[in-house]
Write a protein that binds this ligand. Structure first.
Ligand SMILES: Nc1ncnc2c1ncn2[C@@H]1O[C@H](COP(=O)(O)OP(=O)(O)OP(=O)(O)O)[C@@H](O)[C@H]1O
Ligand SMILES: Cc1ncc(CO)c(N)n1
Length: 285
């Protein structure tokens, strides 16, 4: 069974962070494990409190699962403090984690900081160079590069510049760009690609970034090639946003079960991919 680890914060509201990641892993048939970095008191209205965990204890959680269960792919989300980033980097190196998806979470939708400003430099200098892929949204890419991103051309340029900082691959998520479609830019160190989806008119976008990066991690854990894994992660997040549940009074969560509920082409495509892979595995035995 493919195994994926999320190293991230807990969202008590269940739509983002560790909770979104584990729900997504489960939906995509991957065994999910977690190393908590922080616990937040959070709901659809915002973040009411943050309690960071000690860096050594973050490290201990990673060591526990790596030394026993094993990790096919890992992702990072909210890392909160510079010392936590340092602990995570040391653990990733020691356990030789190659498929590392870095979601450089900095600020929650309502504006609360999930990474102290002093940690941005450590993230840039220590975490990016060990990332298999980094997935900033537009404000995060702006913070990493200290420059504005206003157009799709700016996003393409930013993807190359972030790759120059050491990440092997970059996806700039366009959820924050105004316009009728939701464009993500994908750079694999050689080619730039665009991923398009119609923009869904909804306020229920809490945790979209976490859900997208955990779907990508799940497909990488399953051994799917990078570009295909990104395409399937995009299908998953688009279905989850379109899945339309409305909870709470603010930015509600996406629907991680959307694929189970809608027996449409997206469901058939995604479950079909998995079915195909299972047949391949069985056929090779
Ligand atoms: N309204 C929307 N309609 C369709 N796709 C969207 C919409 N909003 C975001 N997306 C897609 O969701 C994915 C996540 O992008 P986004 O920019 O929202 O991440 P994020 O800001 O990191 O999310 P969060 O901080 O809430 O976890 C991207 O693939 C993006 O294109
Ligand atoms: C714990 C946590 N991680 C990430 C995000 C970003 O969506 C959030 N709101 N909360």
């Amino acid at each position: 069974m493919p195994r994926a680890l999320t190293i991230a914060g807990s969202d008590s509201g269940g739509g983002a962070g560790i909770q979104a990641d584990l729900k997504t892993f489960q939906m995509l048939g991957v065994f999910g494990m977690s190393a908590l970095t922080a616990v937040t008191a959070q709901n659809t209205m915002g973040v009411q409190g943050i309690h960071d965990l000690p860096p050594d204890f973050v490290r201990q959680q990673i060591d526990s699962v790596a030394s026993d269960i094993g990790i096919d792919a890992a992702k990072t989300g909210m890392l909160s403090q510079p010392e936590i980033i340092e602990a995570v980097v040391a653990a990733m190196k020691e356990h030789h984690i190659e498929k590392l998806v870095v979601d450089p979470v900095m600020v929650a939708k309502g504006g609360a900081r999930l990474l102290v400003p002093a940690a941005e430099r450590v993230l840039r200098e220590q975490l990016l160079p060990i990332a298999y892929v980094v997935t900033p949204n537009i404000p995060e890419a702006e913070a990493l590069l200290l420059r504005r991103i206003e157009t799709v051309d700016d996003m393409r340029d930013a993807a190359k510049r972030i790759c120059d900082m050491g990440a092997q691959r970059v996806i700039i998520k366009g959820g924050h760009l105004p316009g009728g479609s939701s464009i993500d830019i994908l750079y694999d160190g050689t080619n730039v690609d665009e991923l398009h989806a119609d923009r869904i008119d909804t306020k229920n976008t809490h945790g979209t970034g976490c859900t997208f990066s955990s779907a990508l991690t799940a497909w990488l854990a399953r051994g799917v090639e990078f570009t295909m894994a990104v395409g399937r992660a995009k299908q998953f997040i688009t279905a989850a946003i379109a899945g339309g549940i409305s909870l709470g009074h603010g930015h509600g969560p996406t629907n991680h079960w959307a694929l189970m509920e809608q027996q449409d082409t997206v469901t058939k495509q995604i479950w079909g991919h998995m079915d195909g892979e299972l047949h391949e595995v069985n056929g090779n035995q």
